[in-house]
Design a protein around this ligand. Sequence first.
Ligand code: NAP
Ligand code: G4F
Length: 385
Amino acid sequence: MSKSALITGVTGQDGAYLAEYLLKKGYVVHGIKRRSSMFNTERIDHLYQDPHVEKRNFILHYGDLTDSMNITKIIQECQPDEIYNLAAMSHVKVSFDTPEYTANADGIGTLRILEAVRLLGLTQKSRIYQASTSELYGLVQEVPQTEKTPFYPRSPYGVAKLYAYWITINYREAYGLHASNGILFNHESPIRGETFVTRKISRAMAKISLGMQDCLYMGNLSSRRDWGHAKDYIKAMYLILQQDKPDDYVIATGVTTSIREFIHKTFAAAGMEISFAGENENETGNIVNVDDKLFREKVGPEFIDAVKKRITDDPVMVRIDRNYFRPTEVDLLIGDSTKARTKLGWIPKYDLNGLIEDMITSDINMMKKENHIKNGGFRTFNYFE
Ligand code: NAP
Ligand code: G4F
């Protein structure tokens, strides 16, 4: 018989990739989606199955991690072999605006799942993956960060996830649940939420290259992140739940890069060289050169004259906006995933350049489509961050 999995946060970046991955492995996948006033299933539309189809293997349930009864009812109905708890208010900056909600969804939400499994008598059946995070390290106490590095979270998000991390371990030790934490460092993709920094940069670069946007406004350019590809990271989640014993694992590339360097690399991948000048809030990123061949190949020959003109006429493509700064920042993340590589056999396929290539190819295509629709006189969406 097929294994079954329940994914909370199935409409998010990781949920979408994981659902696709498990379906390919023959799982019956249940996903929890939130009620919203508009469709919120764009990332999983390609997996959707009409409810009238018999023997569906991808089934969506309305739910919310802040609703205990709802979560308990869904777990009771699905009786899943594996639960991947990916749902969260996952934006660090927004968690300063909604700290109580973040604690409820990201912290107590995890408790609701663990307690439901216990109360339903599923402790021996349902294995649980908890989406823990490198944000736990916050003000880092050790470089690089391992499973043994002490935590020091720096945001309401990080603190809520700290509770979720420990309650997962507590239920494992107290009740014998197969419950594990994946301490995942930042992972990105073409379907990354548009307000996270990598996607914001990739989208803006695409729009700027096509003449659809003048400037990218950014916060702290000096913080450093260990960025991997979400497609690699969801495989680690799966591997963690296939182990005989539950345990906690760092999942990371071991390479750290500043936001400034990420901007430079992203623009360079499309043939635009950005040079930074000035300090603090007056720092700017200016276009200083265009690689003719690369730009024509990645963006298109029809856009090159306008971009070259900017070198002399209007070179500033990146500016600082204080509104994007955080009350407390996580300055440096770099993970040591030796344990995962040794015990799980987890090996990521993408490096940072491969990730950037994947993201810009997708965003340039998307923005070209938008441009085409707009030039055809039709309404396009105007999303700002
Ligand atoms: P994401 O794209 O923001 O997706 C979050 C998902 O959670 C969405 O499906 C969202 O639904 C859902 N959700 C939010 N609040 C909810 C609630 N109260 N009840 C039920 N569902 C709720 O996040 P992601 O990047 O895929 O990350 C997945 C998980 O890994 C999150 O827990 C995140 O905190 C954690 N994590 C992420 C990273 C990373 O770099 N991506 C690193 C470490 C840990 P809507 O679509 O309706 O908003
Ligand atoms: O892309 P970010 O918003 O991701 P952050 O804060 O590292 O959190 C992400 O990774 C965590 C894992 O470590 C996850 F747990 C979490 O759910 C989320 O997926 O910001 C990255 C860095 C920060 O230092 C931020 O200050 O980029 C800096 N930054 C500079 N300008 C900006 C901006 N971040 C955003 N979102 N927008 C900016 O304009």
